[in-house]
Ligand binder design. Structure first.
Ligand code: AMP
Ligand code: GLY
Length: 424
């Protein structure tokens, strides 16, 4: 089977890696890592016409879409209208991520627990709301803002500034509708499920590290590392996530006339007393969560994607995939990330990687035969092992061994799990 993966980051390298044992891989636009799994096609992920042409000219059997923007732009709709098979939600279903206002409304209707919030299109009303609600508050652009559109504000003054900046166009059209949410206390958890809109296959839970610096300090980023599985996601908690969050959400999507097929990513906050609440939904695999969830599980991902895209009777044998291994990924970032990453440094990668590691390319490209830095998150160094502690050690050793000028990374990815292991 010929599979085309759309995107060019660490998540897409992990997808190409996971699919490559059973398929011939193409990736658009890809990166030097995806080129090791198959053939890169120089087509940007948002070039819908170019992708349609490539699917025809390369006789692609299945297109798998990594990032949210082409999903929200209706790439799956366009491919299926043209008679091609694609894995991912339609543009209407991708609104679960592309419009936080839509997601909030859906959750309210379906009784899915999430932070209480209000939606505004008028700046004055938003500012008045802020003045009458307790700090801290979270101010969010409703539309897609490359993971940067949620600002956690410890004071009302900060919240006012964040809201005003959004209405002034800081995130473009994405900020013309603004949500103001109560701040949820607790521990975050990412739960990803594959779904055909009716059944669910829940993947091992993972935890992202959004803050730039060790100790969860510094600004939010696209994600500085992740690990899986997470021990707070006990079978009981996962059951509750399925019953209270995932199932009612896919039911509500079907009732809203937008049946959800693809990967549904529930970004959760687990309250101190153990209750799951939704922080956000994403319409795709997480990045960098895919770089730990896929290596840690023994799952025939192609089989599931194909059955769902081909509308075959998809009935997974179990409703959950158990992690076979613990996995930790450490993101190597370029100097200046996230504000202004410096590009162009050449990267030195060890020729032989240890057996318990995988190296996923993200912001890299080949210039005259040399792999160079081309984005903020450059490489994801994944380690695997019997425990998160062992996997974290393997990940850190690989992170140390890759070199480029300006490289920095967090040395504490998985710290919560390592601390939990230390006390048991
Ligand atoms: P989002 O783009 O909605 O996922 O938000 C990005 C990050 O902001 C989340 O991963 C959380 O760390 C934080 N965040 C968002 N909403 C809330 C909330 N209501 N309470 C606490 N933290 C939040
Ligand atoms: N790691 C967060 C995301 O993929 O949105």
């Amino acid at each position: 089977m010929k599979v085309l993966v759309i995107g060019g980051g660490g998540r897409e390298h992990a997808l190409c890696w996971a699919l490559s044992p059973t398929a011939t891989i193409f990736c658009a636009p890809g990166n030097p890592g995806t080129a090791q799994c198959g053939t890169n096609l120089p087509i940007p992920a948002d070039d819908i016409a170019g992708i349609l042409d490539a699917v025809t000219s390369h006789n692609i059997d299945l297109t798998v879409i990594g990032p949210e923007a082409p999903l929200a732009a209706g790439l799956v709709d366009r491919l299926t209208e043209a008679g091609h098979k694609a894995f991912g939600p339609t543009g209407a279903a991708a609104r679960i991520e592309a419009s936080k206002a839509f997601a909030k409304e859906l959750m309210a209707q379906a009784g899915v627990p999430s932070a209480s919030s209000s939606t505004f299109t008028d700046e004055g009303e938003a500012l008045r709301y802020i003045d009458h609600h307790p700090e801290p508050l979270v101010v969010k652009a409703s539309g897609l803002a490359a993971g940067k559109g949620a600002i956690v504000c410890s004071s009302r003054a900060e919240a006012r500034t964040a809201a005003s900046q959004m209405f002034a166009g800081k995130f473009g059209e994405a900020g013309s509708t603004v949500l103001i949410e109560e701040f949820l206390e607790g521990e975050e958890l990412s739960v990803l499920a594959i779904t055909d809109g009716e059944h669910l296959l829940v993947l091992p839970s993972s935890q992202d590290h959004k803050r730039l610096k060790d100790g969860d300090l510094g600004p939010n980023t696209g994600g500085m590392g992740a690990y899986a599985p997470v021990s707070i996601a006990t079978p009981d908690l996962t059951d509750r996530v399925e019953r209270e969050i995932l199932e009612p959400t896919i039911r509500a999507m079907a009732e809203a006339g937008a049946p959800y097929r693809g990967v549904l990513y529930a970004g959760l906050m687990i309250s101190p007393d153990g209750n799951p609440q939704v922080v956000e939904f994403n319409c795709r695999f997480g990045d960098p969560e895919a770089q730990v969830v896929l290596p840690g599980s023994d799952i025939d991902i192609l089989d599931h994607m194909w059955s769902i895209a081909a509308c075959e009777n998809w009935a997974p044998k179990h409703s959950r995939v158990e992690a076979q291994l613990a996995a930790v990924t450490t993101v190597l970032a370029a100097a200046g990330y996230p504000e202004a990453p410096q590009k162009g440094a050449s990267i030195s990668i060890p020729e032989e990687l240890p057996a318990d590691t995988l190296l996923f390319h993200a912001g890299t490209r080949t210039v005259e035969g040399t792999t160079t830095v081309s984005g903020g998150r450059v490489i994801c160094a994944t380690g695997t092992g019997p425990t998160v502690t062992a996997a974290a050690d393997a990940s850190r050793r690989l992170a140390e061994a890759v070199e480029f000028e300006g490289k920095f990374f967090r040395r504490d990815i998985g710290w919560r799990e390592v601390a939990r292991a230390g006390v048991t």
